[in-house]
Design a protein around this ligand. Structure first.
Ligand code: GLA
Ligand code: ZN
Length: 673
């Protein structure tokens, strides 16, 4: 069960505020405006390192003291950042080792942000020192509800420091060069290493042809593991530093959803709660955002999660920075809350006047007053959230279905040379997630390492890398009565990206009751097809050609030299079933296929609603909160299956009564469990 994320009895509402970019005379007016909009929480000090530490031995907290006092005076809660997302210019000049080197081998100069080498001992020393000083200084500041370490950690570094650290990391991992040479299959192309110091980072000067193309998958995957851990270590060091002084204040760093370079399953273990920044474009599907929310909730494995940033209106960094249409900011905010967030936070409170984010959406526009559409919408939502009080805080979603989403598997699939450049892990996961989401089936996102026994259905789209133990957990899960679904290009390699010989899908073969002999990659314009329950669906991207080893056939290919051979199969294993989908198909197929399995397993949706309405449930011991989110352009009618009260309108409904939900409208129905 989740617990409340922090010591606050309201939904936190607010976000990044950078008064240090403005003259002090403007601050009181900002406060007037923000309070008018029912803002109650400010994320402060995100990018102030250069101001806080003007030189190596000099620290200056005067301005931050004033800002902290300002927030307190106006009753704002504070999420305090450590400012280590961008190092000061003097540091880069004096200690060039803090600068990153890109995959192209070019050492960066001072500039931009998130530009520090994670293995630089100078960066680590100064960032930890700053975090510690902040914690020491503000430990008794009772308005602080959370720590926000750095900002959107990410990227990679290929500098010489990192290379040395990589060699040490490898030594620890493999112990002997024999073990490393074996794991990396270095006899291929004469790569055998005789000394740890011969090992270089896999960049554009060594193994890589481009960022995504490598000649040595095992090395590049290990580098990704190493890089994710190196950056995570920077987070952990700051975490420890602030915890020394404020053991009871929860610590987070803002993640970025399905962000490929960092293995968030590992990161979240060291976070008190997960927080993330949600920046969909208007073209993104609702289910893509929902997947991100569930992923962020999932990596936390029961820890609370929070929406740390979203824009009130538009971004600045997309090609076309469309405005959120009226009502959409509210709708998407509730989508985050429905999926478990106990906060609605924005980037940013006030538009800056210079540099690249001056046209990024903000609560306070350049006009500087409250008479804007965005301000009005923010204010209305603020009033609503305030009125909700602590009602839904700490309640949780419950799912009978899980999708395995695993970063190392993601890296391995997309580094693979062949079978198709269009093989994209996240796309495939999204297809299955969308089938569940469009039927309002709650989903947990889990890793390959997680226990599966609590679920009725587990889907592992492209389970290419089968890490130790995962086949065992799946086998037990199926035997005990679970339904398991996996796809083409699964079971090929172990954790070092070495092929599991003897026939695909490797260790999953007995579970699925098939042997995949070949896999045909179709070019973009080419499709095959199959008939499933009397309906024709497409077969695209990859077509596995397989033999049955106990499984039964659910569909066969329509064309080509493998016409009439199995494409969809089902294997019964003791009490459960394991399904194999040997190709990529279309939305209609996924919907039908998933619907059938859910029916058989008696997996129920959160509610029965018209298409385009998202229904999500959060529960507590005795109460449940059913969110209806109308993503359609028209109003919709929903027949309620039980009596409930709408927390947003206070309207009471009887069982079987019809609720009318306007376009982009939201209802939160409270009822007893
Ligand atoms: C990220 C960052 C913010 C800001 C926004 C702009 O989420 O964390 O500092 O740059 O993007 O969208
Ligand atoms: Zn480096």
């Amino acid at each position: 069960m989740w617990k409340k994320v922090w010591n606050y009895d309201k939904i936190a509402y607010g976000g990044d505020y950078n008064p240090e970019q403005w003259p002090e005379e403007t601050w009181e007016e900002d406060m007037r405006l923000l309070k008018l909009a029912h803002i109650n929480t400010l994320t402060l000090n995100v990018f102030s390192w250069a101001a806080l530490q003007p030189s190596e031995d000099e620290y200056c907290f005067d301005k931050l003291d004033k800002i902290m006092e300002l927030a307190k005076k106006h009753g704002m809660k504070v999420c305090l950042a450590t400012s280590t997302g961008a190092h000061p210019a003097w540091m880069a000049k004096k200690y060039p080792e803090v600068l990153r080197t890109g995959i192209n081998g070019i050492k960066r100069k001072f500039g931009a942000r998130h530009n520090s080498c994670p293995n630089s001992s100078v960066y680590r020393k100064f960032s930890v020192r700053l975090a510690e000083k902040l914690a020491e200084r503000y430990k008794d500041y009772d308005n602080m509800i959370a720590w926000h370490i750095s900002n959107e950690y990410g990227g990679e570094c290929y500098c010489e420091n990192c290379e040395k650290a990589f060699q040490i990391w490898l030594k620890e991992k493999y112990q002997t060069l024999d073990a490393l040479n074996h794991a990396w299959n270095t006899s291929f192309w004469g790569h055998t290493f005789y000394d740890w110091e011969e090992i270089v980072l896999p960049d554009l000067r060594s193994e890589h042809m481009s960022e995504e193309e490598t000649t040595a998958q095992s090395i590049s995957i290990d580098y990704r593991r190493f890089n994710s851990e190196s950056i995570m270590d920077c987070f952990r060091l700051e975490y420890e530093a602030v915890k020394k002084y404020t053991p009871n204040i929860p610590v987070t760093t803002n993640l970025m959803g399905a962000y490929k370079p960092l293995d968030y399953h590992k990161w979240a273990k060291y976070m008190d709660f997960v927080s993330w920044d949600n920046y969909p474009s208007n073209e993104d599907s609702i289910s893509k955002t929902a997947l991100n929310h569930d992923l962020m909730r999932g990596v936390g494995r029961g820890k609370p999660f929070v929406l740390m940033e979203q824009t009130p209106s538009q971004q600045n960094w997309q090609a076309f920075n469309a405005l959120k249409r009226p009502g959409v900011m509210r709708l998407w905010s509730y989508q985050a809350v429905a999926h478990g967030s106990d906060a609605v936070l924005f980037f940013q409170m006030k538009r800056s006047i210079g540099s690249c984010e001056k046209y990024h959406g903000a609560v306070i526009a350049h006009a500087g007053h409250e008479h804007t559409r965005v301000f009005r919408e923010v204010t209305e939502l603020g009033a609503e959230l305030e009125q909700l009080g602590e009602e839904i805080l700490g309640s949780t979603g419950i799912a009978e279905t899980a999708i395995i989403f695993d970063w190392e598997n993601w890296w391995a699939i997309e580094y693979s040379a062949g079978p198709s450049v269009n093989l994209k892990y996240h796309d495939e996961v999204l297809k299955y997630y969308t089938a569940l989401h469009s039927q309002n089936i709650p989903v947990d996102i889990v890793s390959e390492e997680d226990d599966l026994s609590q679920y009725k259905l587990v889907i592992a789209p492209i389970l290419y890398m089968t890490k130790p133990g995962v086949d065992g957990r799946i086998r037990e899960f199926v035997k005990a009565g679970g339904s398991f679904v996996t796809t083409y290009f699964s079971g090929y390699v172990e954790e070092h990206d070495l092929v599991i010989t003897g026939g695909y899908p490797g260790k999953l073969r007995d579970i699925l009751g098939i042997w995949v002999e070949e896999s045909d990659a179709l070019p973009e314009h080419k499709k095959n097809g199959f008939i499933y329950e009397g309906q024709e669906y497409s077969a695209e991207l990859l077509c596995d050609i397989m033999h049955l080893e106990g499984a039964e056939v659910l569909a066969e290919y329509k064309e080509d030299f493998y016409q009439g051979t199995p494409v969809i199969t089902c294997n019964s294993l003791e009490k459960g079933k394991a399904y194999y989908v040997g190709t990529r198909s279309d939305e209609d197929f996924y919907n039908k296929f998933i619907e059938n399995i859910c029916k058989e397993q008696q997996i129920k949706p959160a509610a029965k609603v018209p298409k385009g309405i998202e229904a999500v449930k959060r529960v507590r011991e005795k109460e449940q909160y059913l969110f209806f989110l109308n993503h359609n352009e028209e109003s919709e009618e929903i027949t309620l299956s039980e009596a409930a009260i709408d927390l947003l309108t206070q309207k009471e409904y009887q069982k079987e009564e019809t609720l009318v939900l306007p376009a982009k409208g939201v209802s939160i129905l409270k009822s007893q469990r």
